[in-house]
Design a binder for this molecule. Structure first.
Ligand code: HEC
Ligand code: HEC
Ligand code: HEC
Length: 284
């Protein structure tokens, strides 16, 4: 009896979900998530992005097989076809749930053609195999990159008990203070706020170094430093138009550039990870 009620409720919730999705079909985009076993092949569970590196190998091997088939060179062709097969099979070993997505038939025919030196067949068979790559990529490539490779800023913080979002709000308030002060012709307020903004930007720089250490200096880099210097000069001796322009340059170089990469990627990751997707939908 209990079981029946549970099954009934489940069925009802699916019908409800289906109806909601149908009603909002112009606004709902269902994103398929990759199997959880994929996480094992990415940081932090793994030391490297093993899955992605296997993919790079596959692309290289497809290219080499095509190359040596065109040249009709049996020996290197055998070597690269063997590697291609090994790494293609790695897909199913790493993520068993995706085993059925492999086109084993085309792979077998490819290896046969290679063994029988039927070079002219190979290009077409690579094309067939490529379809299995493309189908999976269309569904899972972007979502995987966002889930496992976009830096996660949610646990990063500059000071104790201040999240990155709070730091961001403070920086934003300083930028807006400068803008309002320019309008009010209040030079003291503008310069004080610029001082606070510079301090905040320099503090942020420490955060970047943990990942961008291979570059000379990521943040604030020369472009940001120059923009801050020009803003200072404009606030001291420029007119309102020059001040506005200089502030715009600061906002683009110090804020928008990073938002264009990190914030978009991070927000996408949060969106995919959010467990509230269905609740959001119900609220519509
Ligand atoms: C079962 C799913 C699946 C199959 C089959 C598959 N891939 Fe992938 N591939 C992925 C996923 C998921 C990503 C995204 C990985 C990431 O960005 O970290 C990816 C990414 C890639 C990339 C990196 C793309 C880029 O430009 O950043 C290459 C190259 C690639 N795959 C090549 C191949 C080739 C060649 C084949 C076929 C021989 C293939 N893949 C088959 C799932 C698959
Ligand atoms: C958790 C690691 C991490 C942190 C922290 C981090 N980044 Fe990045 N950043 C990356 C990765 C990974 C990429 C992508 C590199 C690629 O795919 O080419 C990237 C790319 C970028 C890019 C675009 C590519 C480029 O070099 O122009 C900018 C701009 C950038 N980061 C700025 C920053 C700034 C500014 C900070 C600090 C406020 C920062 N990042 C902090 C990991 C990080
Ligand atoms: C790491 C590169 C990076 C730099 C540099 C950066 N931001 Fe951000 N910003 C982010 C990320 C990531 C988020 C999303 C944080 C979150 O939602 O937890 C964000 C969020 C924000 C938000 C929304 C905060 C909220 O939740 O209400 C504002 C406003 C903002 N940034 C302003 C700025 C300003 C102004 C600057 C320049 C002075 C700046 N940011 C520089 C990465 C950056």
């Amino acid at each position: 009896m209990k079981q029946k009620i549970i099954i009934g409720l489940l069925a009802f919730s699916w019908v409800l979900a289906g109806a909601l999705v149908y009603l909002h079909k112009d606004r709902v985009q269902l994103v398929k998530l990759p199997p959880e076993s994929l996480a094992e092949w990415y940081k932090p569970l793994n030391k490297r992005h093993v899955w992605l590196h296997n993919m790079f190998k596959l692309r290289r091997e497809m290219q080499a097989v095509r190359h040596y088939a065109a040249l009709e060179q049996a020996e290197p062709l055998a070597l690269w076809a063997g590697r291609l097969n090994d790494h293609y099979q790695e897909i199913r070993k790493m993520v068993p749930e995706w085993g059925g997505r492999l086109d084993q038939d085309s792979m077998r025919r490819l290896l046969n053609a290679q063994q029988e030196n039927q070079y002219e067949q190979i290009d077409g068979l690579l094309g067939e195999l490529q379809k299995s790559c493309d189908t999976c990529h269309t569904q899972f490539r972007t979502v995987t990159a966002a889930l496992y490779r976009a830096p996660d800023f949610s646990k990063m913080q500059l000071r104790d008990s201040e999240t990155l979002a709070e730091t961001m709000k403070a920086l934003n308030a300083q930028v807006n203070d400068i803008k309002i002060a320019i309008g009010a012709n209040d030079q003291v307020w503008a310069l004080n706020s610029l001082g606070d903004l510079k301090t905040g930007i320099n503090e942020m720089g420490v955060l970047c170094e943990s990942c961008h250490s291979f570059l000379p200096k990521t943040y604030p880099d020369e472009v940001v430093e120059t923009a801050l210097g020009e803003l200072h000069t404009a606030l001291v001796s420029g007119d309102r138009r020059q001040q506005g322009e200089a502030l715009g340059k600061v906002a683009v170089s110090a804020c928008a550039q990073c938002h264009g990469t990190h914030r978009i990627a991070y927000d996408t990751q949060q969106l995919i990870n959010s467990k509230n997707g269905f609740i959001e939908l119900l609220r519509h």
